[in-house]
Design a protein around this ligand. Structure first.
Ligand SMILES: Cc1ncc(C[n+]2csc(CCOP(=O)(O)OP(=O)(O)O)c2C)c(N)n1
Length: 359
């Protein structure tokens, strides 16, 4: 039975109503001044490319070009673009298995990601990781983790190493709402607090852990309140379909981590339009619910803001969209033409050649 006071994403049967909510005007004005118009348009371009890339990945999967698991991010674009946009190049990102868009936000190229999804040798993980294991050490993108919760202690360790080496770098880590009840979450946050680590733990609350509604597995709707038990800051953004709110909240948490070496737990309330993975028809929720959530679509709201503020015309934004579609299609064509790894590659990269001696 749904808990009293539980929030909308888990309730069904409601029709789409009213106007599309606007992005936060005050924050938008501030960010326009701080970042400049071109940077905001770049952020928009990124979100559109994420959406089109994912749609293409979905089609490629249905054609049998992508095998295994494939979790699409469609609907959650404001989270990846707003949070990674708040980082410096020297900062670290650790992600779960729904990470194509986060990899793109970190600067990984569509061609290289798609080649990985197709299992090709030129993919970001040499075709041996696939959709859930995108990795790029140079871009400080440390996964892509298929094990639910595996990314949380990893990020805690990355933040520890950054502090130990005095890198002035922060680590952000993404996890789903279904990850939070795990022991690894509690152990990691406790250590991050007592060791004063520069890490931002981001819960992407998209309403469901696979097909289980969040209020069936969590005693509290706002999981950022759990921060109190680790003596750290906790913040919730109820409308994380607003890229400005995400950017501002994560910027503050990142700066706090950088200056004070203190962790923050952030809950971003978002929504995924597709099922948990490509094999999930998502029958546990109604079409009306999805339609209602699409009413606060992060890209449409950004489009409206850019046009209303006369930063770009509708036609110019349509052109960005057309280029994003072409880029996604070209990535699929590229991946198709690449080679699979050779059999010998199976035994490569199993052990690390340490660049230093232990003594
Ligand atoms: C340790 C472990 N247990 C179980 C699974 C199977 N599993 C994959 S996703 C998932 C639910 C994760 O919840 P959440 O991240 O909130 O879900 P999403 O929005 O991605 O569906 C589970 C139980 C797994 N991958 N790893």
């Amino acid at each position: 039975m749904a808990k009293k006071g539980s929030k909308k994403p888990t309730e069904s049967g409601e029709k789409k109503t009213g106007e599309m909510p606007k992005l936060d005007a005050k924050i938008g004005k501030r960010l326009r001044k701080e970042l400049g118009d071109d940077r905001l348009v770049e952020m928009y371009d990124l979100m559109v490319r994420m959406r089109r890339f994912e749609e293409q990945a979905g089609r490629s999967y249905q054609m049998g070009k992508i095998k295994g698991f494939c979790h699409l991010y469609i609907g959650q674009e404001a989270v990846a673009a707003g949070s990674i946009g708040a980082l410096k190049d020297r900062d670290y990102v650790v992600a779960g298995y729904r990470e194509h868009a986060q990899a793109m936000a970190r600067g990984m190229e569509e061609n290289d990601i798609m080649a990985e999804l197709y299992g090709k040798a030129s993919g970001v993980s040499k075709g041996k990781g696939g959709s859930m294991h995108l990795f790029d050490v140079d871009k400080k993108f440390y996964g892509g983790w298929g094990i639910v919760g595996g990314q949380i202690p990893t990020a805690t360790g990355v933040a520890f190493a950054a502090k130990y080496r005095e890198e002035d770098a922060v680590c952000i880590v993404y996890m789903g709402d279904g990850t939070v009840p795990q022991g690894a979450f509690h152990e990691s946050l406790n250590l991050a607090s007592i060791w004063d680590l520069p890490v931002v733990y981001i819960i992407e609350n998209n309403g469901y852990g696979m097909g289980t509604a969040v209020n069936r597995i969590s005693a509290v709707e706002d999981m950022s309140t759990k921060a109190a038990s680790f003596n750290m800051k906790g913040v919730r953004v109820e409308d994380a379909q607003d890229v400005f709110k995400v950017y501002e909240t994560i910027s503050e948490a990142v700066e706090y981590a950088r200056k004070e070496n203190r962790p923050t737990l952030v809950q971003l309330d978002t929504y995924r339009y597709r099922g948990h993975s490509m094999s999930d028809p998502a029958t546990y929720r109604t079409k009306d619910e999805v339609t209602r959530e699409q009413q606060r679509d992060p890209i449409q709201r950004f489009t409206q803001w850019l046009v209303e503020n006369k930063i770009r015309t509708e036609d110019e934004l349509k052109e960005i969209d057309a280029q994003a579609k072409a880029k996604a299609k070209a990535a699929a064509k590229h991946a198709d033409g690449e080679d699979f790894p050779s059999l010998d590659a199976l035994t490569e990269d199993v052990y690390v050649e340490w660049p230093w001696a232990f003594d």
